[in-house]
Ligand binder design. Structure first.
Ligand code: SF4
Length: 207
C-alpha cells in the first residue's frame, strides 16, 4: 500500500517542523552532528517542543571542537542529547570500518523506535542531496524523513544563526564548510573538505 505524502514544499522550515512535531512527537528524533544546520534546527525545534528527542553518533574520532559544541548546544537549548555509541576502542580507525558498519549500525539503533527523523540535509550541499524533499519516505527504514532546511542556502543559515545569536561549531570559522570525523575532514567550502582525495561523497547514513 503506498503512503500519501503531504506537500510541504512551499512552507517554511518552522512550519515543516511544526507539522512533524504535531504528527510524530515523541516518536520523532533529530540527528545532530553539531554543524551550522543543527544550530538552526535545534533552535527552531526547541521553540516548538521544549523536550525534543535528539541524538548524536559518537564515532570516537570526533574533533575536540565538536565535543565542545555538543556541550554548548545542551546548555543553550536545554536539551539532553542522546549518545549512540559507534566507537571501536579496540580496533584502529579505518574509513571502511568506521563508515561501513559502526555508524550505520548506530543510526539504525537510534531510529529503531521512531516514526520519523529530522535531518539537516540541504539540496545545495551535494548532487546526492539535490532531490531531497522537505518530507519524504525513508524506504530503507520504513519511516519518514524530515528535511526542513532542504531549500535553505548557506547564507540563510548564517543569517538565522547571527540573528538569534546561536552557538555554532568553531571550525566553520576556520574554513571547514562541512564537518564529519577528524580523520577524514579537511577545510574546504561546501562539502569539498569531506573525504578529500577519496571516492566518497556520503558516510552512508543518507544513502
Ligand atoms: S565522517 Fe568520516 S570517519 Fe566519520 S563516519 Fe563518516 S566517513 Fe567515517
Amino acid at each position: 500500500m503506498s503512503v500519501a505524502i503531504p506537500d510541504l514544499e512551499t512552507v517554511s522550515a518552522q512550519e515543516v517542523l511544526g507539522y512533524a512535531v504535531e504528527r510524530f512527537h515523541p516518536r520523532l528524533k533529530m540527528a545532530c552532528s553539531f554543524q551550522k544546520e543543527e544550530s538552526v534546527l535545534l533552535h527552531m525545534l526547541t521553540e516548538i517542543e521544549p523536550e525534543p528527542q535528539v541524538f548524536m553518533i559518537d564515532t570516537g574520532v570526533l574533533f575536540a571542537e565538536t565535543l565542545e559544541t555538543w556541550k554548548r548546544f545542551e546548555e543553550r537549548f536545554g536539551v539532553n542529547i542522546e549518545v549512540i555509541d559507534a566507537r571501536s576502542p579496540d580496533e584502529p580507525w579505518t574509513m571502511e570500518r568506521c563508515c561501513g558498519a559502526a555508524k550505520i549500525d548506530a543510526l539504525e539503533q537510534a531510529l529503531d523506535d521512531v516514526d520519523a527523523w529530522v535531518t539537516g540535509i540541504r539540496r545545495e550541499q551535494a548532487p546526492t542531496r539535490a532531490a531531497a524533499a522537505k518530507l519524504e519516505r525513508d524506504d530503507r527504514r520504513g519511516i519518514w524523513k524530515v528535511n526542513p532546511l532542504a531549500d535553505w542556502s548557506e547564507k540563510d543559515l548564517w543569517r538565522y544563526i547571527f540573528a538569534h545569536e546561536l552557538p555554532y561549531h568553531p571550525l566553520h570559522d576556520q574554513g571547514y564548510g562541512s564537518i564529519g570525523c577528524a580523520p577524514c575532514t579537511r577545510p574546504g567550502a561546501g562539502r569539498e573538505g569531506r573525504w578529500a582525495g577519496l571516492d566518497k561523497t556520503e558516510c552512508g547514513i543518507h544513502e
